[in-house]
Design a protein around this ligand. Structure first.
Ligand code: SF4
Length: 172
């Protein structure tokens, strides 16, 4: 897995001040995507053990609320495999931090039959607090929405959704 950028003090992609990782590779190719350079899986820098250590150090600050996974597409199968060990370490070593992820796949695609659904999908999903799901749709663009770009996208409370067996929206 490659990544395009890491933001150490991000206030735009989830509540509080967050560390955000932008992974490379996305096959959705949404019309109007503002970061098409990240579609390429080889864009940016290889994600290594040292990158994981750096992220854990960045997260381990009292003013950091949590980790956000962005792309590209964190739920492309290649990226799920790359992200799962990171998310497991964050949960193990920094249990007070929240973990958000943004995906162009819907919850139903990730948990049902789709090209994104594989052996790492549920293990990765089950470690998240919130999934912002669905592709960016230009006709549904709404700049007033919090933490999302188009009206079809949902802020999903992942633990509540898994417990209920149906999508439960996150409420701040
Ligand atoms: S899912 Fe995100 S990165 Fe991928 S094409 Fe759509 S907007 Fe761009």
């Amino acid at each position: 897995m490659n990544y395009g950028a890491i933001k150490s003090c991000d206030v735009a992609n989830g509540p509080g001040v967050r560390v955000t990782l932008f992974v490379s590779g996305c096959r959705h190719h949404c019309l109007g995507c503002f970061q098409s350079q990240t579609w390429d899986f080889s864009y940016g820098t290889p994600f290594t053990e040292q990158t994981q250590e750096m992220l854990l150090d960045l997260l381990d600050k009292p003013y950091i609320h949590g980790l956000t996974l962005l792309g590209g597409e964190p739920f492309e199968p290649e990226n799920q495999a790359g992200l799962l060990p990171l998310v497991q370490r964050v949960r193990q070593h920094l249990p007070g931090k929240t973990i958000w992820a943004f995906s162009g796949f819907t919850w139903e695609q990730l948990t049902g039959e789709s090209r994104a659904s594989g052996p790492n999908t549920l293990p990765l999903l089950s470690l998240l607090d919130v999934l912002v799901d669905g592709p960016f749709i230009q006709e549904k663009k709404n700049l007033s929405l919090r933490f999302r770009g188009s009206e079809n996208q949902r802020l999903i409370d992942v633990p509540a959704t898994l417990a209920a067996g149906q999508v439960v929206l996150w409420e701040s």
